[in-house]
Design a protein around this ligand. Sequence first.
Ligand SMILES: [Zn+2]
Length: 60
Amino acid sequence: MPVYEFKCKCGHITEELVRMDTQVVECPKCHDKAKKILSACSFELKGGGWFADGYASSKK
Ligand SMILES: [Zn+2]
């Protein structure tokens, strides 16, 4: 499962391991709702890199 960042109204940012369709989590600081920050492109790039690495190493 991917790690997403969630930002709360109080300014606290929390990282959570959640399902892709999870849009909000509870802020650990103020227990309000923290919304997902859509910066998941870096994760997708990482996923692609991992696949490429695995392919390269299995070729050796
Ligand atoms: Zn909060």
